[in-house]
Design a protein around this ligand. Sequence first.
Ligand code: PEP
Ligand code: MN
Length: 337
Amino acid sequence: MVFILKPNVGKEKIDKFILEWEQKGFSTINSVGTEHTAICLIGNTAEIDLDHVVQTSDIIDFGKRITEQYKAVNRTVHEDDTIIRIGDISIGEGFFTIIAGPCSVESKEQILEIAKSVKNSGAKILRGGAFKPRTSPYAFQGTKVEGLEMLRQAKKETGLPLVSEMMNQTQVDLFEDVDIVQIGARNMQNYDLLKTAGTLKKPILLKRGLANTIDELLMSAEYIVSSGNDQVILCERGIRTFETLTRNTLDLSAVALLKQKTHLPVIVDPSHAAGIRSLVPPLAKAALAVGADGLMIEAHNNPAKALCDGAQSLDLDQFASLMKELKVRAEIENKIF
Ligand code: PEP
Ligand code: MN
């Protein structure tokens, strides 16, 4: 249940209102927006007589029941778009922020060449998996701790912030220099990892699971935010359908719907969605058109030799020309690129 307060209610009255509900056993979210302040009650609100509360309070403008289970990430509770800042880089409404890099960090030379090139093309953040979640235990599992060191070096030389996937909560200390922690599709419902992510003081890139609904993605984000970290970026990366010609099916309607349902930034990963290099540029442009706040794209200096996901990786020239096309389109959409 959410109460929208009248304009200019003093802090003391708000604090008193919150305390009264907390003493009755509810927890609260106090969300101060540009248009209004909202107070959301969490707990068993079924018994509350909404009209009675509104009529007997001098600070409430109106109240609403929230049908969704997610509260903190719900746009009804928090009307303003969340913009995530990493130094002078922003991710969220009004921006179109590009993350690029290889599926996997392979060597110092590889990550450095890619980092310099994608930066030159306009990418703002460098991606690279050091710990790789692979379907087969016999497949390349990543360069692990050394990979993180290579990423650190690439960050030092290029200034690009880093995003890399954390596979479990024992890895927290290793990720000190990683600017955005990725929680991969396979871990979207690893609730212990989500709760740990909620204790971190850095943004979390939460990828949608292969077979998870939009509501489930939002509930996973709710785990992170309700554990104390409100810097969450959602990522649509394709879901599993009956289709076999593409690796996954990019759910662009989810992107448009997520932008309505939540205030969190939503980005698209066209590389894992398609699994096919030639589909990445059209899907990237479609993501921008449908309202995404950015993209995460796999780019490699030698896709044919990539240790992971070469078939869906753009080479560095292809990435550069896609960036030119996106720049023109981002301007039309009035987004800072
Ligand atoms: C990745 O981005 O490196 C990755 C493994 O993606 P996903 O979790 O979406 O499969
Ligand atoms: Mn990959």
